[in-house]
Design a protein around this ligand. Sequence first.
Ligand code: SF4
Length: 377
Amino acid sequence: MLQEKIAAGTDGLGRRDAGAPTGPVALDRRHRPTADICSQTLREFAAVNRTSVQAARAAYCHTMRTAAGLALPSIVRREQQDAVLKFCLEVPGTAGRSPFETESVIIPMNSYRGSSWHTLCISSQVGCRMGCTFCETARMGLLRNLSAAEIVSQFLVARELMAERGLAPSKPYRYFLSGIQNIVFMGMGEPLDNFEEVTQAIRVLTEPNGIAFPHAQITLSTVGRIDGLRKLAALNWPNLRLAISLNAPNDALRNQLMPLNKGMPLAELHRALMAYPLARRGLFLIEYVLIKDVNDSPEHARETAAWCRDLRCVVNLIPYNPQRDATYETPDEAVTFRFLTELRRNGIFVKRRLTHGRDLMGACGQLGNPGLRKSSP
Ligand code: SF4
């Protein structure tokens, strides 16, 4: 209420609030911390600046659409393989440690119909505490949550990198003219383990008077934190896409691969998804990392199909991407095909994800700087 009152520049009874300036906001961007505006929607930005939404709109819109005057985090590492670009941004460390880094990947995509676009994969945490045994990030442990501003900054930097590659945003501004048409929360971290900052970042990314990225082009990927799924359901964002990292069709195997499953077993996850308010034509993306001789048999495929049967979903098969010094292996092409065929035979809509960026440790499950692991000096 208070925010609404300030934002409207009135005292709540339609009278002009004496303390609230009414003119357009003329902000000295050199002195405006990036963290502030990158974590604010227009309404919040107006409230902080004690003005009306109308007066703040032009300054907010200009800043978020051009990043003019923002001191974005510096790129500390940048690696490219073909057209896949991985970049790392410096963020403050915790408890006197040297700075940490985020990891993001810009991935070119092509449809079967010949259209092409870029997907941006972003991180929600530095490291992760979920402990999935097939994932490089898990080995870091959780170093810290990223703030909403640090999450949004990954998009703003990616947009600049796209412009540098000759894909400059055109005018009038449209989010997709930067070449990035999808944002996926599939980088380092479990987004629902950092619920408040991730959802605030989504509010900022989708703010119509700012970046204006549609909910329908954002995918949040989770290991299936049921508490987080319920909180997300309460926000009623039916168009936000949701990916569930399944990876095993029974509790015994999933407990081994994904320790979270011990407290949040598959039957409960299934119930939470059935209750989730999907858009009328929405589908869950069920991600399945296929690991040689672990979860890749026809029987596993049939169990997966049974678990998925009454969910509105598409299964995304991801052949395991090797980690540094890991014991798991990638299945043969024939085994991947057999698994896919078995799912289809059981009536499941399934796609196979093409692997990008494997050699630069930028593919799914490969993100994470070993030098930053919790146990490292
Ligand atoms: S797969 Fe995702 S949730 Fe699991 S450890 Fe890796 S980053 Fe965390």
